[in-house]
Design a protein around this ligand. Structure first.
Ligand code: COI
Length: 356
């Protein structure tokens, strides 16, 4: 298929379900818009993309992604701006990360421009589903999985790339309690931690459930070798503030997901002259700072989570209380700025928002 001009076949749903949505009660990720996009890979190339009514996908029991985990995804958001236009936040970063996940998982890359255009076009079709309320958006879930019907270990030769969308509010409906995990690991050096691949999430469920049984929403993963250094939290990257400096674990290690929201937070801080450090962050320094009151702020940053304030950190037998939310002026200011940017209420000096 020629990739410069996307010839998308569109079959519209006979009736939209949008009028059935209870906008005052939107559980995260459970309401799906009218359509889905599907594009197959076979004979060494991507076939014609198609937008069709949302529905089940029938698959063979030997579909290789179910058995061997060649499955990757992305998370993005579209917002309705105050001028009525639609914006998508930094889609080219997700396109790049998706391509990197493809490479790592031996899956065929979707050229970044093509990925962005497929997302843009799909959001345009689903524009009636973009919530208008503050703190709500249309969550976009592009994903790809291997479809060879074959029992044997090798990269699949066929794939499905799909997109669907869900109108959502924040992933966390209350300030987050996390526990520092010192036994289980999310990722190890040389593994697939940097890829947004399904297995990373599957592997996290058991330790995360143990944390939830102890009263925490999420774990904070530490390095798999010594459990001395902080990496990321379950659904988001993690950022701290000490000495008026924003500090986040460096992405040099291939165990940390390169987050779009975290990058935006750090870029905004730099633009405003707030010192930023991306480096190894030890558990010890965070626990010491939480105890002696020098940890000024701690929050998660992710597409689904947005900026999620962390209020408690569990560490071994202790639960440390973090500073009250109203004192966290820097992260509040950054969150408000990001919201305003997406809503088109302020200038977009770095051209981060794609107007659909
Ligand atoms: C996202 O933030 O988009 C994610 O993929 C996290 C997921 C757990 C909802």
């Amino acid at each position: 298929m020629l990739q410069e001009t996307l010839n998308i076949k569109i079959t519209k749903a006979s009736e939209s379900r949008v009028s059935e949505v209870d906008w005052s009660n939107l559980p995260f990720g459970k309401i799906f818009s009218d359509h889905m996009l599907m594009m197959e890979y076979k004979d060494g190339e991507w076939q014609q993309p198609e937008i069709l009514p949302f529905g089940n996908v029938s698959i063979h029991p030997a579909t290789s992604s179910i058995h061997y985990g060649q499955s990757i995804f992305e998370g993005m958001k579209a917002n309705r701006r105050v001028d009525g236009k639609i914006s998508i936040f930094r889609p080219e970063m997700n396109a790049k990360r998706f391509a990197e996940s493809c490479e790592r998982m031996c899956m065929p890359v979707i050229p970044e421009k093509m990925f962005v255009e497929l997302v843009r076009k799909f959001v345009e079709v689903e524009s009636a589903w973009i919530p208008e309320m503050d703190d709500y958006s249309l969550y976009i879930r592009p994903f790809m999985f291997a479809t060879d019907e074959f029992i044997g270990i090798r990269p699949s030769e066929t794939y499905k790339f799909m997109i669907f969308t869900c109108p959502v509010g924040s992933y966390y409906t209350e300030p987050v309690r996390v526990k520092i995990e010192e036994f289980y690991s999310r990722a190890s050096v040389g593994g697939v931690g940097r890829a947004k691949t399904a297995g990373n999430y599957g592997a996290s469920l058991y330790p995360a459930r143990k944390g939830q049984q102890e009263g925490f929403h999420q774990l904070v993963w530490t390095d798999s070798k010594e459990h001395k250094y902080i990496e990321e939290s379950g659904t988001m990257n993690i950022v701290f503030m000490m000495n008026d400096t924003l500090i986040s674990p460096s992405e040099e290690s291939d165990t940390i997901l390169r987050g779009t929201t975290k990058r935006a937070v750090l870029d905004i801080a730099k633009m405003w002259g707030i010192p930023v450090e991306e480096r190894k962050v030890s558990v010890e320094e965070i626990i010491t700072a939480a105890k002696n009151g020098t940890l000024q702020d701690c929050f998660g940053a992710g597409t689904a989570a947005t900026i999620a304030p962390i209020v408690k950190i569990g560490f071994r037998d202790e639960v440390l209380e973090l500073p009250p939310l109203e004192t966290r002026t820097t992260s509040i200011k950054i969150k408000n700025y990001l919201d305003d940017l997406k809503a088109g209420k302020v200038e977009d000096p770095l051209n981060w928002c794609l107007i659909v």
